[in-house]
Design a binder for this molecule. Structure first.
Ligand code: GLC
Length: 705
């Protein structure tokens, strides 16, 4: 549908019955839908009967699932949507200031924030101009697709309006819901979903900026095995490089990278390496020279190579908007892959620059784009996403039989296709432990289901109690990695001695036990966009009490977790939504909705399981290389029937899988037919408080004890 409002051209397209695109193009501006965020490439097939248009001035609204939403309340040429009565806003990507966004002003512009950022900092490393709205329990979504600076005013300046500023011509998408799950499915149909990571990426991971050489990393790995603390991955931060030259190893400190990686691999560890976009300007450094010769770097507006200072000193910066530069960058990873490195960590990709301190590229830096030049100010938020894409597609070419593993700090809407997001430099503060909860829930509600914060905190010294409590939370993060800054006290799980070490061990053992459950949630996220760590409102949108449950969360549909986030405390309030919940440690049943006072002494965090949800568990493993062939389904019996899905495969590569449904009503457990050719594990069922039964081969229904 094409409309005219004065000299402005407005195009409305129903991509599907539930996904609408609106393009607003003032006179003289090209009709342009090019987007690095959007992957929807089918012919639009939706029905425009759900679009309501008022002429002169043109105003657009949508009507579906029994209500009108995203209604313009000014002429279309500026973005202004009426706030429906009772409408509440959520999402907005990586935000630390709580779940609800109603009454806030949101800035979307990637920055490397100063040390010790607090909840009063709005924008951090990634930008996702996406809002999920709830009105009377029904959800819709809106995504404004512009990777330069965008600002949303969510009923702050005017309590009855959602306005946005950014560009004169703008494109936005509306998602009809009507549940939060539907909105996430629709938003990720448009912007893409995570791909299933290798199983080892779900294991525990250990990192520190400051592990100086191969021997130190070896000792850290050994430390885990000697103490029986599960760990799958160790990291090499920038100190592994030769003078901070990306894709190199320091010949003194890492003299035999392949031997070192092979040795760790034999002990069940993967190695992941950091990469930074700044390429040291050095005529004797092949990476720099090849990038210059192929003309792949960003330029000043005078056409010279744009340079700034990062770890290696003066650097040039690849123009990742250019597909050729992405391919070249991906290929530069070959020395890492040849050494056996299993994954790549993209850092400083806002990009973060040192001159002036803590800055980014000036807006007039040119991204030549392989013939389609754009100013940095128009693509800024994309830099990290496109670096991650270069890394991911490069790994796919270099190691086609393995799933790529890429981490990014910066990015834009859709980044979930290319990488997981870790949330950069937090601090070893109790406040930052608290803030991780809304931060990861907000990311999950914005399509980034694979995410995590540095467990234990990055800046500043951690301590035993903080690390133990943080680990109680960290094992529920989709990405579970302990990482900290150079110069801070050691914070490996054993660093503070007892009783903290034992708590960390028990928690990481629980993580390993829960891996089959988590893996099933990753499979769901990859297929539907549902967050792994999810706010209560995702499952219970009709219950407004959940809208302010910032400091507790669900892991999938079956576990509710309420971490302790203050020192010296063993009790806290927990809200349990409707249904029966089983206390993980005591088996006590609690009928929701209920506000309860949880007792959560160290090592026994407040975890509740949804009654009759079969939760698959492994025995305790030290790493995922010890893949067992038996699963225990833990059930807290109760009223009502719950169906879940169970996913299994070989843990890496693209071979067969097995997916089956498990339905339990507390008395019987039924298994659906197995989809896929992977040989599924034998099953036993543990009904908490009632006993264990083995499931005979081929059985589809068993009676529970
Ligand atoms: C950045 C990263 C941090 C890393 C450090 C050194 O601050 O966010 O995780 O350790 O750079 O590479």
């Amino acid at each position: 549908m094409i409309l005219r409002d004065g000299t402005t051209r407005v195009e409305v397209t129903a991509l599907t019955d539930d996904i609408f695109r609106v393009g607003v193009f003032p006179e003289g501006m090209p009709v342009e839908y090019r987007s690095e965020a959007v992957v929807f490439d089918r012919q639009p097939s939706g029905d425009l009967s759900r679009v309501r248009v008022q002429h002169d001035p043109v105003r657009i609204a949508f009507e579906a699932h029994g209500r009108v939403f995203a209604a313009d309340d000014a002429g279309v040429e500026r973005f202004s949507k009426a706030r429906a009565e009772g409408e509440r806003y959520f999402g907005c990507g990586e935000r630390t200031a709580g779940l609800e966004k109603t009454g806030s002003h949101q800035v979307f512009w990637n920055v490397d924030p100063p040390e010790g950022h607090t909840a009063s900092f709005n924008n951090l490393y990634t930008s996702i101009p996406f809002v999920l709205s709830l009105v009377d329990g029904r959800a819709h979504g809106l995504f404004l697709d512009y990777p330069g600076r965008v600002e949303f005013d969510l009923a702050k300046a005017d309590p009855d309006r959602f306005t946005a500023v950014g560009t004169d011509a703008f494109v936005y998408y509306v998602f009809a819901g009507p549940t939060p799950r539907d909105v996430l499915a629709q938003y990720t149909e448009l912007t893409g979903r995570i791909s299933l990571p290798p199983l080892w990426a779900l294991g525990n991971q250990q990192s520190k900026w400051g592990y100086e050489d191969a021997d130190e990393v070896r000792a850290i790995a050994r430390g885990h095995r000697e103490r029986g603390i599960p760990c799958d991955v160790v990291y090499l931060d920038i100190d592994h490089m030769d003078g901070y030259r990306v894709f190199t190893f320091d010949p003194q400190r890492f003299p035999d990278p392949a031997g070192f990686v092979a040795e760790l691999e034999a002990d069940g560890f993967k190695v992941v390496c950091i990469t930074d976009p700044g390429v040291k300007v050095d005529e004797d450094y092949g990476v720099y020279v090849s990038g210059r010769e192929r003309d792949l770097y960003c330029k000043t507006k005078r056409g010279t190579e744009y340079r700034n200072v990062v770890w290696p000193g003066l650097c040039a910066f690849p123009d990742f908007t250019n597909p050729e530069a992405r391919e070249w960058w991906g290929d530069q990873q070959a020395p890492l892959v040849e050494a056996g490195v299993a994954g790549v960590w993209c850092d400083m990709d806002e990009p973060a620059l040192f001159v002036p301190d803590q800055s980014t590229m000036p807006g007039d830096v040119v991204h030549p784009g392989g013939g389609e030049p754009r100013y940095h100010q128009d693509v800024h938020n994309l830099y990290g996403s496109l670096m991650a894409r270069a890394a991911r597609t490069g790994l796919e070419r270099l190691r086609p039989d393995k799933r790529p593993f890429v981490i990014t700090r910066a990015g834009y809407a859709g980044l979930q296709r290319d990488a997981l997001q870790w949330t950069g430099d937090n601090s070893s503060w109790w406040e930052h432990l608290w803030m991780s909860m809304p931060q990861l829930q907000n990311l999950g509600l914005s399509g980034v289901s694979f995410c995590g914060v540095d467990v234990g905190g990055f800046f500043g010294d951690s301590n035993g109690e903080l690390l133990a409590r943080w680990t109680e939370f960290g094992i529920f993060q989709p990405f579970c990695r302990n990482h900290s800054c150079k110069g801070t006290v050691p914070q490996e799980p054993w660093a503070f001695g007892e009783p903290w070490e034992a708590v960390c061990r028990e928690m990481l053992e629980l993580r390993m036990r829960l891996l089959p459950y988590l893996y099933g949630l990753f499979d769901e996220a990859a297929r539907t966009g549902a967050p792994i760590l999810r706010p209560l409102l995702f499952e219970y949108p009709d219950d407004p009490v959940t809208y302010s449950a910032d400091d507790e969360f669900l892991v999938g549909d079956a576990l509710l977790v309420a971490p302790i986030t203050r020192p010296g405390i063993e009790h806290r309030h927990v809200y349990l939504p409707a249904g029966t919940w089983g206390q993980w440690w005591t088996g006590e049943r609690i009928q929701g909705p209920a506000h309860v006072l949880a007792h959560a002494p160290l090592g026994k965090p407040a975890i509740y399981a949804r009654a009759n949800a079969a939760i698959p568990l492994w025995p305790v493993l030290q790493h995922t290389g010890e893949l067992p062939d038996e699963l225990t389904l833990r059930v807290f019996g109760g009223e009502g029937s719950v169906t879940r899905s169970l996913y299994e495969d070989a843990g890496d590569g693209y071979g067969p899988y097995a997916r089956r449904t498990v339905t339990c009503d507390g008395r019987t457990l039924k298994l659906g037919p197995c989809e896929g050719d992977y040989v599924p594990s034998r099953l036993r069922v543990e009904v908490v408080g009632r006993g264990v039964v083995e499931v005979p081969d081929g059985a589809f229904e068993i009676t529970l004890p």
